[in-house]
Design a protein around this ligand. Structure first.
Ligand code: CMC
Length: 428
């Protein structure tokens, strides 16, 4: 029997249906609330608001569980690869060998950018942040491919999805090459997804570049770990923008903007800048933690805290281990890792962090790996965006197929002036 909750309000009683998810998560369906009572709900930051029902990603923040389409992140990190995870998220199931070959083949064939993108990137100032360049370039795809933008045309959607997955690494690498004044490299379709990205980032036309397999595997792992995270800020942005029926490229371009912020994906750049500041200014880890608690200089301990994870972030555990492995295999010794470990140890025992359930998140150690493999700090968030792309696409597609689909349009409680009479300028 369908369950419901009873709400007593203004002397009346109304029933609110209870929706239960497959993992036991419960929600009150308030869709009819305003019509029946005149009330809306108020939830700044949407901390307590479900915006959709979704079959893509499950998180249990209390237990530190993350699963894509039912598969634990730990298993995918160990056995899968990024393109397979992308297929899983977008298509809803793991591919068979033939399906995987077709998918990989199609992504590989679309890696090249329209030649005019060279001029597009060339016009940007040298110090353009890669996230600004990527957001602009992805938005521009809707100009270059204006013939296949209809969200309701399955063929348009398939080609747009493949183009986006294929071209995004090329765009991110172009953004970087432009910033350092090196020539753009064409993609190499004989390479895998991550190796090709590394080739376009670190290769030059003057000599052959071969990606170290340790680095290639590390990048692939980081992309898998970032691939989806249900209704976070950038994903909700992609859904909200897409709900206006605008095309996929415009929606993802907006999502890249949302991810850039330091409270979200931009935290990975901020973490490494924080570690470098501690190293370069000789601040002790303990003093830095005290400053973060007081909200001084550094408003927060970057890479710590999460809206959903209140125990530990399972992605962080995998990344921390990978960080030690990669640095050891590459023979890299960095003070930054020592500082990160010390900060983590201090914060995890500190009452301030314990009481607020603040744990290191996905961004805390990822930057140390990127740094060790020679990636400049301003590219960290762009790599996060590469990883998050399949999640954004899957969520956008799910929204369009949802029978409950509606344009996203929250309400508000107005607290401004009540009716005022307009005074002409000359009388003010
Ligand atoms: N350092 C110091 N204090 C913190 C931190 C931190 N990193 N994070 C939260 N707090 C405090 C905050 O000041 C507040 O204290 P009080 O209750 O005394 O006012 C309390 O903890 C709750 O914080 P909140 O801002 O209400 O929590 P939120 O759920 O709205 O924010 C967060 C989550 C991730 C934005 C926040 O923890 C933060 O800013 N962390 C640092 C930035 C960061 O690492 N972001 C990456 C998130 S994971 C990657 C992704 O986005 O996918």
């Amino acid at each position: 029997m369908a369950r419901s909750a009873e709400l007593h309000l203004d002397g009346r009683s109304i029933e609110l249906p209870i929706i239960e998810g497959s993992e036991g998560e419960r929600a009150l369906d308030i869709r009819g609330l305003r019509d029946k009572t005149g009330y809306i709900t108020l939830d700044p930051g949407y901390a307590n608001t479900g915006s959709c029902q979704s079959t893509i990603t499950f998180i249990d923040g209390e237990k530190g569980i993350l699963r894509y389409r039912g598969y634990p992140i730990e298993e995918l990190a160990e056995h899968s690869n990024f393109l397979e995870v992308a297929y899983l998220l977008i298509e809803g199931r793991l591919p068979n060998p033939q399906e995987f070959d077709n998918f990989e083949g199609s992504i590989t064939r679309h890696t090249m950018l329209h030649e005019d993108f060279r001029r597009f990137f060339g016009f940007l100032p040298k110090d353009t942040h890669p996230m600004a360049a990527c957001s602009a370039a992805v938005g521009a795809l809707s100009a270059f491919y204006s013939d296949s933008l209809d969200p309701h045309n399955p063929r348009h959607m398939e080609i747009s999805v493949h183009r986006l997955l294929a071209k995004m690494p090329t765009m991110a690498a172009y953004a970087y090459k432009h910033s350092i004044g090196q020539p753009f490299l064409y993609p190499r379709n004989d390479l895998g997804y991550s190796a090709n990205f590394l080739h376009m980032m670190f290769g030059t036309p003057c000599e052959p570049y071969e990606a170290d397999p340790v680095i290639e595997k590390a990048i692939d792992l980081l992309l898998i770990l970032h691939a989806d995270h249900e209704q976070n800020c950038s994903t909700s942005t992609v859904r909200l923008v897409g709900s206006s029926m605008v095309n996929l490229f415009a929606s993802i371009s907006a999502g890249i903007g949302a991810l850039w912020g330091p409270s979200h994906g931009g935290a990975n750049q901020k973490v490494i800048e924080m570690l470098e500041e501690i190293r370069d200014e000789g601040i002790s880890a303990r003093e830095f933690v005290e400053r973060a608690k007081r909200g001084e200089d550094t408003a927060r301990l970057m890479g710590f805290g999460h809206r959903v994870y209140k125990n530990f972030d399972p992605r962080m555990k995998i990344i921390k281990k990978a960080c030690f492995d990669v640095l050891e295999k590459l023979g890299v010794h960095t003070k930054l890792l020592e500082i990160a470990v010390e900060l983590e140890e201090i914060a995890l025992k500190d009452d301030y962090f314990v009481e607020r359930k603040l744990y290191p998140n996905v961004d805390f150690y990822s930057g140390v790996i990127y740094n060790a493999i020679g990636t400049p700090a301003n590219m960290f968030t762009a790599i996060f965006a590469l990883g998050r792309l399949p999640g954004w696409i899957a969520q956008w597609s799910e929204m369009h197929a949802d029978p409950d689909f509606k344009i996203g349009r929250p309400r508000q409680v107005y607290t401004g002036e009540t009716l005022l009479e307009y005074q002409p300028l000359s009388e003010r």
